[in-house]
Design a protein. Structure first.
Length: 127
C-alpha cells in the first residue's frame, strides 16, 4: 500500500495503523514523490491512501496519473475538506472511497477492508 500525504503526522498515523494490521506500506510526502516511487519500484500498490489537497498535485491528479500504468489501483482519499474532494473529482469510481480527517484507526481500517474485500473484515482494535 502507498500512503501519500504532505502532513508527516497523518502519514505516520496511517502507516502505523496499516502496518499494525499486517499490511506492507510505503509512503510519499507529495504526488510527485509518489509517482517517482511507483516508477522506480517493482512493488505493485493494491491500494493508495492519499490526501486530497496537497501542494503542486492533488490526490485526484496523482491517481489519474498512477492509473495510466496501474489501472486497477484502489484509492482511499483522506480529506478535511469534503467540498474540495468533489471540486477536484466530481465522481468516485467503484474502487474509490473517501474518509474525513481526522479519523480513527477503526474508521480507517473499515474503509480499507471495504475497498480491498468488498465487505468488512475487521477485528476489534483500539482506536
Amino acid at each position: 500500500m502507498l500512503v501519500v500525504d504532505d502532513d508527516a503526522n497523518v502519514r505516520a498515523f496511517v502507516e502505523r495503523a496499516l502496518r499494525t494490521a499486517g499490511y506492507d506500506t510505503a509512503s510519499a510526502r507529495s504526488g510527485y514523490d509518489a509517482l517517482a516511487l511507483a516508477r522506480t519500484t517493482s512493488r505493485r500498490f493494491e491500494l493508495v491512501v492519499t490526501d486530497v489537497r496537497m501542494p503542486h498535485m492533488s490526490g485526484p491528479q496523482l491517481i489519474e496519473r498512477l492509473r495510466r500504468s496501474e489501472r486497477d489501483v484502489k484509492v482511499l482519499y483522506l480529506t478535511g475538506y469534503n467540498d474540495q474532494l468533489f471540486t477536484e473529482k466530481p465522481g468516485l469510481w467503484e474502487d474509490e472511497a473517501f474518509l474525513d480527517k481526522p479519523c480513527t484507526v477503526r474508521a480507517l481500517m473499515e474503509a480499507v477492508s471495504l475497498l480491498l474485500n468488498g465487505h468488512l473484515e475487521f477485528s476489534s482494535q483500539p482506536e
